[in-house]
Design a protein around this ligand. Sequence first.
Ligand SMILES: [Zn+2]
Length: 266
Amino acid sequence: MRLEAIALVALGTMTVGAAARSNATRKSAQPAQVGGSQCPEGWLPDGDVCVPLPSEGEDGPELQDVANAHRDRHGNWVRYDQIPRLPERPADYDLYRYPIPPGMPGGHAVISGYDLDQPNERQRRGPTLSHVGHGGVDLPQKKGTPILMAPLEHQEGDAEILFVGDLFGRTVITLHTLREAGQIREYILLFGHLDAPAPGIAKGGHLGAGDLVGSVGDTGSPELVHLHLEARRVRAGVKIREEPGHKLVANECTVVCDPRNVLPLK
Ligand SMILES: [Zn+2]
């Protein structure tokens, strides 16, 4: 659920005391008005309301972004921020759960992984140098394979649909609220090169676990039928719902993240 939405629902309807009493059932609890006083234990001030702190063990570790750069096809340096894989997250892509079944021989899912944490010379180059580096994972599968939403680790509530349209071929982008080191952080997931988005899905809708996102295709990547799956963290202060599609993947709005930091483990 949107944090702002929770706050709006609760404003003027609950007291700090009520928040403290509902502390035991924090997952479904509503925030309370602060009214200049301290938030109760287990709650944090957020603007003029209190929001629940994550319970012990429920939030993920803090992810740090670092600067990197690579040369584009014209030889110019492109600088960006990126969030490398945390050392405690397994490097083996086969240990993670994806929104489509593995489509490679031997039960492997990923044909091309994340390399924006690598120095320029170790990043992927397309045959025509039209793209440099790879900010997600490529998952080959048969055209038309259903893509089913798999919630991210430490996710709160359902995913919200942010974008349906042409970006990486036909693309769906969803917004996910994650508990990270005692804070609420927003991440987006980009599903690219779809054959088609799920019928009827549109910006503002919600997708729960197992809901249909779309189907695997090769739009924007002719003859290379695969799902491009990319995770990005929304920068603090960015009102991501108000940004147009191309800005959702722009460095000033979101920071690209090794998907192994947020994808669920099997
Ligand atoms: Zn890709």
